[in-house]
Design a protein around this ligand. Structure first.
Ligand code: JFZ
Length: 473
């Protein structure tokens, strides 16, 4: 088998491991109650609504994958990798000691917390989730733990010596944006006993998983929660090692922070707060549930020198609107490089989305899902996928979001003359374009639930122009 083929096979095997791990977790949770009840198990619906309120209104967040893997940037011993930047150590089976040597080259002197937070704000993002420790085990904050076989964090082990998470915490507070931490609680490829999908490849990784949790993951999560007051903990890649009992020890910790929001990737049968579809938008979202699609701008989370397949601003903005119309959040990733710079191709796109939101944010923040429901597409009646399920065929003409008394129509494909709707709930009393400062009334023709709204010849914004319908019943 060639290299590409074997890598693809490796990834397939990883995915199977991941899925069987999840299935085991799910069946365990169906069999037994949680050893420790979590906030989600005991709070009232009203308490949950209060806890999730800011998150639900936010709609748009910045994911940041930044770690030691930014140094190789997806290239090891001259060979570019096909996998994600942050998976390089695993994909190339790099020995622990060799990987750890990268610390002397990690000196991101151009890192500027003010600029990163300002960029998130300029993009119209309401929260940031940054990797505090990814699967490689390297902590991006000042930590007293994980010191075996040597201190493996940015403050103790690199010439940089600064604590970027602390600096981001200060700036996030100053500029008024929520800050959360991704923490790889299960996989840790450099700590003895930490899990690795597909198994360990270096003797230095062997050890007891519970011991790893007790000596590194739980102490580090405690440091993060006590010293940085994150709004979110974003767990990842649970394996079968994370038994209900072990997961419950983490839940005992998170329970001490009644406002904390955490996702569905802890493991051990805990559901957390949010569904986390990855790199895709489920056709109908998760009705009645909190969910967040995380997505890369190019094809990697952690920085890769060779990855320039950036999605267009239009695609990214349409994704944000699509997700909002289905009641979810968009956690869009940037991968800063080893100097501390967010790639300009990523930053430019974020600023363009922010510019659109400056004018049209009313249709996104705090909005409810679509008033219609067929505009996003349909399952094909002829085409089936490899599992025999009908293929989803997306439509990208327009989307809809709502607020009490208002229907927003985000128009992607400008129609000729009038915008036609078949199933209007209620009577349209007023119609105008959100980007028109005068909100000049547009001509409405409505018979029952069928309506036509006269539009100007040209859209006000070729990316998306928002039509506002004010309704009465
Ligand atoms: C995980 C990480 O392994 C990856 O490096 C990145 O941090 C990403 C956000 O999360 O990758 C996953 C996790 C879950 C799935 C796929 C990749 N999944 O559910 O298919």
């Amino acid at each position: 088998m060639d290299r590409m083929g074997s890598l693809r096979l490796a990834h397939l095997l990883l995915l199977i491991c991941f899925i069987t791990g999840c299935l085991r977790t799910v069946s365990l949770s169906a069999q037994q109650p949680h050893p420790v009840t979590s906030v989600q198990d005991t709070e009232t619906p009203a308490q949950r609504d209060a806890r999730m309120e800011w998150w639900r209104a936010a709609r748009f967040g910045m994911f940041i994958h930044w770690g030691l893997y930014a140094v190789p940037g997806g290239v090891w011993e001259g060979k570019p990798s096909n996998g994600a930047g942050e998976w390089l150590m695993h994909d190339d089976k790099i020995p622990v000691a060799d990987y750890q040597k990268l610390v002397s080259q990690f000196n991101p002197t151009q890192f500027n917390a003010h600029d990163w937070v300002a960029l998130a704000k300029a993009a119209g993002m309401k929260y940031i989730v940054i990797t505090s420790k990814h699967h490689d085990g390297f902590a991006m904050f000042d930590s007293q733990f994980g010191f075996k076989p040597n201190p493996f964090n940015i403050v103790s082990a690199t010439p940089f010596k600064r604590d970027p998470l602390k600096e981001l915490m200060v700036e996030a507070q100053k500029q008024g944006i929520k800050l959360g931490f991704y923490y790889s609680q299960d996989q840790d490829w450099t700590a003895p006993g930490g899990a690795a999908f597909g198994g360990h490849w270096d003797k230095a990784q062997d050890g007891d998983f519970a011991n790893y949790l007790h000596t590194k993951a739980i102490p580090q999560l405690t440091e993060l929660l006590t010293k940085y007051q994150p709004a979110i903990i974003w767990f990842d890649t649970p394996t079968a090692d994370m038994t209900p009992q072990l997961a419950s020890e983490i839940v005992t910790l998170t329970n001490k922070y009644p406002n904390l929001i955490w996702n569905n990737r802890l493991g051990g049968g805990y559901k957390g707060d949010t569904e986390t579809p990855e790199q895709q938008i489920p056709p109908k979202g998760f009705p009645g549930q909190d969910w967040e699609t995380c997505m890369t701008i190019n094809d990697t989370w952690g920085f890769k020198t060779n990855d320039t397949s950036f999605k267009s601003t239009e695609t990214l903005l349409h994704n944000l609107i699509d997700i909002a119309s289905k009641g979810g959040n968009y956690l869009l990733n940037v991968g800063p490089d080893a100097h501390g710079i967010i790639p300009p191709d990523e930053a430019d796109r974020l600023r363009a989305i922010g510019k659109w939101l400056d004018t049209n944010g009313e249709a996104i923040y705090g909005s409810g899902p679509t008033a219609f429901g067929d505009e996003d597409g349909a399952y094909s009646t002829t085409e089936k996928d490899k599992n025999g399920k009908p293929v989803w065929v997306s439509q990208w003409d327009w989307r809809s979001t709502t607020k009490p008394g208002k229907i927003y129509i985000e128009i992607f494909k400008w129609p000729n003359g009038a915008f036609h709707l078949d199933k209007v709930p209620g009577q349209i009393a007023d119609a105008y374009l959100l980007a028109d400062p005068a909100h000049k009334p547009l001509k409405i023709t409505q018979k029952g639930s069928v309506a036509d709204i006269n539009l100007p010849q040209q859209p006000l914004d070729p990316l998306a122009t928002v039509l506002v319908l004010e309704t009465s019943h």
